[in-house]
Design a protein around this ligand. Structure first.
Ligand code: ADP
Ligand code: ZN
Ligand code: ZN
Length: 831
């Protein structure tokens, strides 16, 4: 008979970045085991948990990155020890997606799986505690109070208790518990063995209290007689009157007793505590009313009808929903999801950053209630586990979240939506360096789903695909209810300076703020990135204080009077004089949100300010609180960074002031113009969303910049046309592919030489028609965390050719081990 093999990655390998191993599938398991299952395998001298990624008939894997380090030599292949039958940790569809990603982004399959399969969901080895046969009958031989208490809890759980479960229930540390357990083992009450438990159920457990004795009235009567036990009688009565429906904490609260009194009742055997698992809901308590009932606009309707047809056909159908801010895109998402759910399939809704879009998330929650599961990095491990399981088990059918939500374990996905598809945060900047858009397309293809890419300012690449008819285009060119786009006034700040205005507010902006305050309309002031330009500069010698470990200027925080590095978090105190020339005229230069706030307070003393940046929004939920204040309080000005640029829908805002439009323009990146345009358009879109017309004042030192002008006219088309020509001329995406190879290491010379060596060997392999190597050169951020950085760029029409040549070089060159090489296919930035 032919042998069957399983390609397995072990739990240990998931932590690092390694390959798969081959195991023999014993005959009795061949019918059971399939890719995606959890198994137990021998590994070195231990047995460990592993995950089957492929079943093969030979000992080598077909998957590109799966590889047996032992090769096909005489090595003895060990058998699988155990299959956890009902535990599929990943389905075959996601497994093929992972394979595709590993190949496309040139990284290991395990690194991709690690990213798809979040930690906290894996089986772990633990001590298993079982009650010895019949030992409950000699519980009375246990003399110590603690031991009896522990034994009782074990009894309540029959056979499925692990050491860490027990520790959770008793609040006794595992180390101490082990001592108690050994003593119970020696007295023959329990048996201890090792087992592999499903992820530590960090799921929230509640304890329902119920009465144990039949003859409760008699017992109550007895207890009431003694002063010492009268309280116990009272509790029992309370539980009885409420038909056993309260939890431990509820009984304690409502009957005004200490939970420990209830535990005493349990120890006496009067009541039992039954464990019930409640799934956490990160949005609990935030459900509002149902959905809206608009008459759809003609454009919304057209897009939706077409989306419905595709959903019904169950065919891969990618499309771009290009709609200006406030044109009703979100409504299209909501109704598409409704329709998808009605067909019995599930949907994924991706947003760039969850904390920045509380309003958007709330709208989905209002519409779909419990069917929504949230997946994002700010969830606690337990919350993520719950949400993940709710999706896998079909309890929730709308996965909302940041890029990782794309990997939601849905049984039958039918719709993937990517809101603000142009956003930078959709690209992961650690391994695997995937772009959500590319992977979303692949997942939609694999599952026959509809993919909606939505944006007011689509990325050049996406719009090009629409123009080339590779994806469909739906446009929503108007705001709903004929609301007008705000008028944008460009103010040249150099002119202001010449006229003697040295403040950060142009005359025009000052006037506009006064007017708004008078009419009690809302104002937002926007500044690019937290303290982005607030570096310390010596007015005499021009010295800029930089981070010791990263070649970037340190940022000044006036509240702490300290300098911090935004790359490595290095912090130092502000020196009293210039470290270079000892001049005392050392000042901070440029503006941060704090500075703007200070200036507002000076200029408009009776206005209140709310500052929203990464400093004021550290705490969970602080966004919401700040925004609510902004909404409720009168004469309030919201000051913020990127955070206030996105997704906010406040009809009362009539004025948006952009303090400086320039910060993104000068970045050394071919996407700098695109980013500027997107950001400015987005911020402007915050004004005039209600019945009152909106107004934007855009302050800049570069009033002639194409991105600035196009944004001021809300003119995506002309911006796109200019940009696409430039991309074509210079051979940038979407016309040519780019792979960036970055070298980092402690010794600058070695880093440089390694990059040169590799670039040279690539140049030998590449023909001019296939592509070329640009560089190597020092990266714009030449040093981060004390590591020197060099890079080069591979550019060519066929990304596959570039990938193959790079793969070949990486596997044949033996490069200096002290240099780290990272490959970024279609990089989002070049810093
Ligand atoms: P976008 O996502 O494009 O910025 P939204 O979907 O948020 O636009 O719509 C902007 C506002 O208009 C929201 O308050 C929304 O509830 C409302 N809206 C959406 N569609 C309609 C419609 N057809 N008629 C009236 N109001 C609508
Ligand atoms: Zn630093
Ligand atoms: Zn100086």
């Amino acid at each position: 008979m032919n042998k069957t093999y399983a390609q397995v990655i072990t739990d240990i390998d998931l932590k690092e970045n390694s390959h798969s191993y081959t195991y023999l599938v014993p005959d009795e398991m061949t019918d059971i085991v399939c890719p995606g299952m959890t198994v137990l395998v021998p590994f070195g001298r231990r047995n460990v948990i592993g995950y089957v990624i492929e079943i093969t008939s030979s000992i080598s894997s077909n998957l590109s990155s799966g590889r047996d380090i032992f090769g096909e030599t005489s090595y003895q292949i060990k058998p699988l020890l155990k299959v956890f039958r009902d535990e599929v940790w990943i389905n075959e569809e996601l497994l093929s997606l992972a394979g595709w990603m590993a190949d496309y982004y040139m990284c290991s399959l395990t690194s991709v799986l690690k990213c798809i399969f979040p930690c906290g969901i894996r089986r772990k080895k633990n001590l298993k505690i079982t009650v010895s046969n019949g030992s409950e009958h000699f519980a009375h031989t246990i003399k110590s109070k603690e031991l009896l208490y522990i034994f009782q809890i074990i009894l309540e759980h029959k056979n499925s208790l692990s050491l860490s479960d027990l520790s959770c229930h008793t609040k006794i540390p595992q180390g101490d518990l082990k001592v108690y357990l050994n003593s119970l083992k020696n007295s023959g009450h329990v048996k201890l063995s090792e087992d592999y438990f499903p992820p530590e159920t960090k799921a929230k457990i509640i304890h329902l209290v119920s009465l144990n004795t039949e003859d409760i009235d008699c017992l109550i009567e007895k207890l009431e007689k003694s002063k010492k036990t009268i309280k116990q009688a009272f509790i029992l009565k309370f539980i009885k009157e409420n038909n056993n429906k309260f939890t431990l904490t509820e009984v304690a609260e409502k009957a005004c007793v200490n939970p420990s009194t209830i535990r005493i009742l349990r120890e006496k055997g009067y009541v039992t505590l039954k464990e019930v698992e409640v799934k956490r809901n990160p949005l609990s308590g935030e459900v509002n009313s149902g959905g809206n009932n608009f008459t759809l606009t003609e454009e919304q309707n057209k897009a939706l009808q077409s989306i419905y047809v595709s959903l019904k056909e169950k065919k891969y159908a990618p499309c771009l929903l290009h709609g200006i801010t406030g044109s009703g895109k979100t409504e299209v998402y909501l109704q598409s999801i409704s329709y998808c759910l009605s067909l019995g399939r599930q949907a994924i809704m991706l947003v760039p950053e969850i904390s920045l879009t509380p309003q958007t998330v709330e709208r989905f929650y209002n519409r779909f209630g419990d069917k929504v599961a949230l997946l994002h990095s700010k969830l606690s491990g337990g919350e993520r586990y719950d949400e993940w399981r709710r999706l896998r088990d079909g309890e929730a059918s709308v996965a909302i979240g940041t890029r990782s939500a794309l990997f939601a374990p849905l049984p039958e996905p039918g719709l993937i939506i990517m809101d603000e598809e142009h956003e930078n945060s959709y690209k992961q900047d650690s391994i695997p360096r995937y772009h959500t858009r590319d992977v979303a397309m692949e997942r939609a293809r694999l599952t026959g789903s509809v993919l909606i890419l939505g944006s007011a300012t689509p990325s050049i690449e996406t719009f090009y695909m629409a123009e080339e008819n590779k994806i469909r285009l739906f446009s929503l060119p108007f705001r709903v209810e004929q609301r007008k786009l705000p008028s944008v006034e460009i103010v040249n700040m150099s002119e202001e300076l010449k006229e003697g205005n040295k403040t950060i507010f142009s005359y025009s902006l000052q006037r506009a703020i006064w007017e708004c305050l008078d009419k009690n309309e809302k104002i937002m002031l926007f500044l690019n990135r937290r303290g982005y330009s607030s570096f310390i500069l010596c007015r005499d010698c021009g010295h800029v204080i930089k981070c010791k470990f990263c070649a970037v200027s340190l940022n000044y925080h006036s509240d702490r009077r300290s300098l911090t590095c935004h790359y490595c978090n290095h912090e130092e105190v502000l020196p009293p004089c210039c470290p270079s020339c000892k001049s005392r005229r050392i000042k901070y230069f440029g503006v941060g949100t704090q500075k703007v706030e200070g200036e507002v307070n000076k200029f408009f003393p009776d206005a209140k300010t709310i500052r929203m940046d990464s400093d004021t929004t550290v705490k969970k939920g602080s966004h919401k609180i700040l925004l609510e204040r902004f909404l409720k309080e009168d004469r309030t000005i919201l000051i913020g960074t990127q955070m206030i640029a996105k997704g906010l829908d406040f009809p009362e805002v009539t004025l948006v002031g952009i303090i400086t439009a320039d910060t993104a323009i000068n970045l050394p990146d071919f996407r700098a113009g695109e980013r500027t345009f997107q950001l400015l358009t987005q911020v402007s879109g915050r004004a005039g969303r209600g019945d009152l017309p909106g107004r934007v004042i855009l302050q800049t030192y570069a009033p002639d910049h194409a991105g600035v002008i196009a944004a001021s006219k809300h003119d995506y088309q002309s911006f796109y046309e200019r940009e696409i020509l430039e991309r074509k001329e210079l051979g940038y995406p979407p016309f040519e592919s780019i792979i960036r190879v970055l070298f980092t290491g402690k010794d600058e010379r070695t880093v440089r030489m390694t990059s040169e060596e590799m670039a040279l060997s690539l140049r030998k392999l590449l023909t001019p028609s296939e592509g070329l190597v640009l560089g190597p050169c020092e990266a714009p951020l030449a040093k981060i965390k004390d590591l020197h950085r060099w890079h080069f760029i591979l550019k060519g029409e066929e990304c596959d050719i570039l990938r193959n040549i790079l793969r070949k070089t990486l596997s044949t060159l033996s490069l200096n081990q002290s240099v780290r090489i990272s490959v970024d296919v279609n990089p989002a930035g070049m810093m």
